[in-house]
Design a protein around this ligand. Structure first.
Ligand SMILES: Nc1ncnc2c1ncn2[C@@H]1O[C@H](COP(=O)(O)OP(=O)(O)OP(=O)(O)O)[C@@H](O)[C@H]1O
Ligand SMILES: [Mg+2]
Length: 275
């Protein structure tokens, strides 16, 4: 079966409307009229967005428009910031993630996150990747060995580190550290990967490796990525959401949004007139 990602990348998806209907029918995430506050400061206004499953959705927009805030509402990372408030449904597979009965640790197992600055723990390469499975109760050495190898392979890092798994992760290069963080995020078998500018601190070669990896991963994962790099959004995503001043201005197939945007604000942004 083709994923939405593959369908969206195919030339026959040019019109998009059928595909958009299909994707909207089975969203991985959905927010409906969602508002978000830091204390009294409202950072997101009335965000209604359906994120299609098993594809890459890019969040773009000027600095301060709320991209990271939106991303963090999806695995409740904003919960750790005091005096924050989410109003309006945030649904994962149709279920409200802010319900009192939702276990946040399990939610974050399903919805992993990779940050802009690679953040390996000051531990060995092996222990970084085994960290999540151990937290979730996996004490079986053989199983951990298998998970670590599988995830490092998925993150295209295995060949570079297989002979030094006991070395500190801090001794890896920036690009390797970022791929290690991706491996660590994959180790808990998430369904969704949230990535906040994962390649912005990397050189072109490492960026290209991370992009290839994202394209590879979308076969099995729903990926939502914040990026300031519009070429990157165009290269790796099927869907793009353009945010401005806390509002979702436009959402659609990346190809259409970049070549034939509906809103003037989107056009001004992607042609570099502001932001
Ligand atoms: N921890 C916080 N406490 C209070 N306000 C915050 C906090 N984090 C972000 N904000 C505010 O929320 C708004 C959206 O910020 P956010 O970080 O989501 O923007 P962004 O689109 O990710 O920007 P950038 O592209 O610069 O990363 C901004 O006005 C910002 O000042
Ligand atoms: Mg941000």
């Amino acid at each position: 079966m083709q994923t939405f990602g593959q369908l969206a990348s195919s030339p026959s998806a040019a019109s998009g409307s059928r595909l958009e209907q299909l994707a909207a029918a089975l969203p991985k995430f959905e927010t409906r009229g969602m508002n978000f506050f830091y204390g009294t400061h409202q950072a997101l206004f009335d965000i209604s967005l359906k994120v299609p499953q098993k594809s890459v959705t890019a969040l773009i927009g000027p600095s301060g428009c709320g991209k990271s805030t939106y991303l963090r509402t999806l695995n409740r990372m904003n919960d750790i910031i005091e005096h924050t408030r989410v109003m309006g449904p945030v649904l994962l597979d149709g279920k409200e993630i802010y319900s009192p009965d939702v276990d946040v640790v399990s939610l974050r197992k399903r919805v992993g996150m990779v940050f802009q600055k690679s953040t390996p723990f000051p531990k060995s390469i092996f222990d970084n990747v085994a960290y999540g499975p151990r937290i979730h109760g996996n004490r079986n050495r053989q199983s951990l060995v298998e998970i670590v190898e599988k995830c490092l392979r998925q993150a295209a890092l295995w060949e570079e580190v297989k002979d030094r798994l006991k070395d500190s992760a801090m001794a890896l290069s920036g690009g390797q550290q970022q791929r290690l963080c991706i491996a660590r995020a994959l180790a808990t078998s998430p369904e969704v990967l949230l990535m906040d500018e994962p390649a912005s601190a990397l050189d072109p070669a490492s960026t290209s490796r991370v992009e290839d990896l994202i394209i590879e991963l979308k076969q099995n994962y729903t990926i939502i990525i914040v990026t300031h790099n519009m070429q990157q959004a165009a290269r790796i995503s099927e869907w793009t959401a353009f945010f401005c001043q806390g509002r979702l201005v436009e959402f659609g197939l990346t190809k259409q949004l970049f070549t034939n945007p509906v809103q003037k604000e989107t056009e001004d942004y992607i042609t570099g007139r502001f932001g």
